[in-house]
Ligand binder design. Structure first.
Ligand code: AMP
Ligand code: ZN
Length: 134
C-alpha cells in the first residue's frame, strides 16, 4: 500500500520521531502550525476514526496525554490543541489515522472554527438523532 505514514512507521522515509511503543509512533509534523506540532499514528494502518480498532484508539489517547505534557514543557507552550481530521471533507489529507498535537502560543493568531447558535428546536432534534444512531 502506498501510504506515507506506513512508510514513516517502517522507517522507509525519514521523520523526527519523538515517541514509539508497540502500537504507536509519534513524530513531528513536517509543516507545523507551531514548533513541536506532533502527529500520533497507530503502527497498524487504519484510515481514520471510522475504522481504527479500539485498542489503537485507546493507545493514541494515552500517548496524547503523555505527549501533551512533554510538548508543553519542551516548547514552553501556553496551551495545546488536540485535533483529528476524518475524511477528506473534514480536511483529512493523509489517509492513515493520526491525531495532531498543536502547541499554542498566546497571540499566535491561529483561528479555530466559527460557531453559530442552533435555530429554535434544532438542538433537541439533533441530540435525538445522535442518541438514536448509537
Ligand atoms: P491532515 O490534514 O490531518 O490529514 O494532516 C496531515 C498532516 O501530515 C499535515 O499537517 C502535513 O503537514 C503532515 N505531513 C505530511 N507528510 C508528512 C511527512 N512526511 N512527515 C511529517 N508530517 C507530514
Ligand atoms: Zn498507512
Amino acid at each position: 500500500m502506498d501510504c506515507i505514514f506506513c512508510k514513516i512507521v517502517a522507517g522507509e522515509i525519514p521523520s523526527f520521531k519523538v515517541y514509539e511503543d508497540e502500537r504507536i509512533v509519534a513524530f513531528l509534523d513536517i509543516r507545523p502550525v507551531n514548533p513541536g506540532h506532533t502527529l500520533i499514528v497507530p503502527k497498524t494502518h487504519s484510515k481514520n476514526i471510522f475504522d481504527i480498532v479500539a485498542e489503537d484508539w485507546t493507545a493514541i489517547a494515552d500517548v496524547a496525554r503523555i505527549l501533551a505534557i512533554a510538548i508543553e514543557k519542551a516548547v514552553s507552550a501556553d496551551g495545546i490543541n488536540i485535533a483529528m481530521n476524518n475524511r477528506p471533507d473534514a480536511g483529512q489529507l493523509v489517509e492513515h489515522a493520526h491525531v495532531h498535537l498543536i502547541p499554542r502560543k498566546k497571540g499566535d493568531g491561529l483561528k479555530l472554527w466559527p460557531q453559530h447558535p442552533y435555530p429554535e428546536g434544532e438542538a433537541e432534534k439533533t441530540a435525538e438523532k445522535i442518541r438514536s444512531a448509537l
